[in-house]
Design a protein around this ligand. Structure first.
Ligand code: ATP
Ligand code: MG
Length: 322
């Protein structure tokens, strides 16, 4: 028996774009439509858009917005004794009402393992990353003695660029006191993320945080510890795979990137973005739902969406906060 909540109707009713009436047009990120509700409040709608290599795919993934928004809400709640978070309310699975912040234009990346970009840099023979010295003799996916902070600038266009903490301060991108608080909070939040993951049999490998200032207070914004902002390994068998030089079992968007590369796309100029077939979109949904269950210990229950009335439904929710 097929218990999958995904069928043709669901595949044809993804939230690809919202136009909530009665507000200013939103800022459209790759995934979220961000509405300004008033001077202090944002209404953030997580759509079903999915991006990879900084490109938005032509097809959306059913319920991905709900999964992502609820994963972020779960993670924010787990850390709200450590840091001010932007959450005011989560009145709908796709919607977060958030404190409007002045974003700090730095991607605060913390890494527990030599994976992804860090591993690529390391393989090229380089032994510093964002001003952090990397020890010799490490292998891909090995844990660092302590997590490291490898920030990147948030580029207006194109890829983000690595930057050292020293340069962040020298260029005056962030005030030094504010930066000190951000780095300290980021490490604390990361440690909590590792503990939460560990209880669920996962290793939090690396993650990206965004911070903002709300009435002068350093605040964790955007999303935290989600599949889009983080990488996880299954803890079971990690050491064995590491010893044998085998790839780790990942819970992340990596499999989408791999699929795209197999289909000739790495986000480079001149390459054509492939269409995602329905069977693959269903598979991506299954991976996101698996990730939700694995991370939260609860199964994901989709809330059916009627795309024709969705904007109106969101408007009524927004009205309560305007
Ligand atoms: N509380 C907040 N206050 C101000 N801005 C926020 C807040 N939370 C999130 N944002 C911003 O809203 C946007 C969320 O949209 P999304 O995650 O889709 O963007 P993105 O494509 O990842 O990033 P960007 O648009 O910055 O390139 C981001 O630009 C993020 O910095
Ligand atoms: Mg984002």
């Amino acid at each position: 028996m097929d218990n999958s909540p995904i069928n043709n109707r669901v595949l044809n009713n993804c939230i690809t774009r919202t136009d909530v009436p009665g507000t200013e047009p939103p800022y459209r990120g790759k995934v979220r439509d961000v509405y300004s509700l008033n001077e202090h409040t944002l209404g953030i709608v997580a759509s079903d858009r999915i991006s990879a290599f900084d490109h938005i795919m032509k097809q959306a993934i059913p319920y991905k917005g709900q999964i992502l928004n609820q994963l972020a809400a779960f993670a924010f709640e787990k850390v709200d004794d450590l840091v001010d978070t932007h959450i005011i309310d989560v009145p709908h699975p796709n919607v977060t009402i958030a404190k409007k912040c002045d974003p700090v234009p730095i991607e605060v990346v913390i890494r527990a393992c030599l994976t992804g970009h860090a591993a690529r840099v390391y393989k090229s023979g380089e032994r510093t990353l964002c001003g952090v010295a990397l020890p010799n003799g490490m292998v891909e996916n090995q844990k660092f003695d302590e997590p490291i902070l490898t920030p990147a600038t948030k580029a207006e266009e194109g890829h983000d660029e690595d930057i050292s903490e020293k340069e962040i301060l020298e260029r005056g991108i962030v005030d030094s006191e504010v930066w000190e608080e951000i780095r300290s909070k980021a490490f604390q939040v990361f440690q909590r993320g590792q503990e939460v993951a560990q209880k669920q049999g996962l290793i939090l490998v690396d993650t990206k945080y965004e911070f903002g200032l709300h009435q002068g207070e350093v605040t964790l914004i955007d999303e935290a510890h989600t599949a889009d902002s983080s990488r996880y390994f299954y803890a079971d068998g990690y050491e064995k795979r590491l010893k044998e030089g085998k790839p780790q079992k990942q819970l992340s968007k990596e499999f989408l990137r791999e699929w795209l590369m197999e289909h000739g796309f790495q986000g480079k100029k001149g390459q054509t973005l492939p269409d995602l077939p329905d069977a693959f979109r269903t598979k991506v949904y299954n991976r996101y739902a698996e990730l939700f269950a694995q991370l939260t210990g609860q199964s994901f229950e989709p809330t059916p969406v009627d795309t024709d009335s969705f904007d109106q439904q969101i408007k009524e929710i927004f009205n309560q906060y305007q």
